[in-house]
Design a protein. Structure first.
Length: 53
């Protein structure tokens, strides 16, 4: 029996390739969000709030 060709999605990727791409995007988004939170914490920790009054 001949092996079936993998199905192609609209973006030209197989379902497995598309899932891997989506997973990598989600991982990058979480990394960027975490870096942003760290930058905000660092900024707030180093800010002199006495000048804000």
């Amino acid at each position: 029996m001949a092996e079936a060709a993998p199905a192609i999605t609209i973006y030209g990727l197989t379902a497995a390739e598309h899932r891997a791409f989506v997973d990598e995007c989600a991982r990058a988004e979480r990394t960027i969000a975490a870096q942003g939170r760290l930058l905000i914490r660092e900024f707030l920790a180093n800010r002199d709030f006495k000048d804000a009054a």
